[in-house]
Design a protein around this ligand. Sequence first.
Ligand code: MLT
Length: 406
Amino acid sequence: MTPFGTVELTVYPYECDAFGHLNQAALLTLLERARWDALARGPGMDLFDRNGVWPAVRKATIEYHAPAFARDVLRVETTVAGRGTTSMTLRHVVRRISDDAGIAEAEMVFVCIDRLGRATPIPEEIARFLGPRSSGGHQPIQVPVGDVELAVDVRGEGVPVLFVHGFPFDRTVWRHQLATLSRARRIALDLRGVGGSGVPPGADGYSLSRYADDLVAVLDALGVREAVLCGLSMGGYVIFELLRRHPERVRALILADTKPQADSADAKRGREELTRVAAQQGQDAVIERLLPQLLAPATQATQPEVAQQVREMARRWSVPGLVGALRALRDRPDSTETLRGVRVPTLVLVGSDDEIAPPETARAMAQLIPDAQCHVVPAAGHIAPLEQPLAAGRLLADFLSALPFP
Ligand code: MLT
């Protein structure tokens, strides 16, 4: 549950420019009104004053998607995208009520300051209002799937979307999508051997078919017959296997930074080498080898926290999980024919700087699937949904809202 309620606000003529569009500064004012209105309805507008602190805005990132006009009524959804000791990040999604058009998305970073302007730890009452700390924030449920239990994060109501992470990430790679996409039932799991999920006994507990069957077991446990399957890289490979084994469970596909080709002989040798590194040196050695290829130069230069999150996700893999996944990756089949047979709405998205599944591969993959959309996310590498969450989130939201009713 987000602590900030949804707020509806009307655009006034004086907030519009000479062409009648809501102007940029006025949008910021609307967001500010939405935050204070939400506080007024919840813990009170004096929440900060009575705790002797103030939320000072330090950074605002705004994407304007569509114009809004005087008399439009806008719905502003506000979620807590992150919280540190002294800082918090709020995300706003703004939609027009009359046609549900996405108007803008914004991310605002605030630092809690005291009366002398110094950064100060967020007081207890405000921390309670914001909810648990950490990007993953939410408590997963445990779903038994035979030989293990899987950690599954389930949020919201609406069309079910099952998010499948890549290698060596975990369900928090989807943290931005889990915090937003408020019209979907967002379901994200840690694969077996990863994060909060169990480690199966024995080395043969990992294969694409086991991973795919795990996804179906999670859907069964949640009472979901058909879901939108959204996979990042290896998550895509698992979904290709699910398409072969359980096609009737797939309502639509979102394929991010992934590719249908099997490993080349060279790539297989690379997997074996990395398997030795995993077994002998552990998670940190694996991620330090992979990291340079994973993130766009822009991400490496401007978002050190993303590199840090990638390291932390890799540390949450068990060593048997790493070894088992690397073998499954090495042995995976070519999925070209599988994709040719897809007959559900499909969105392909790829980072402009993805070195592992580059844009030309993504475009060719989309061409295998009738009517698939393909979008390149600028300034993203192999983890577009984490590196550029606003752009990727907009593509996902638009795709989901255009899905035909079941
Ligand atoms: C992933 O992100 O899941 C991996 O890059 C997949 C791969 O190595 O083929």
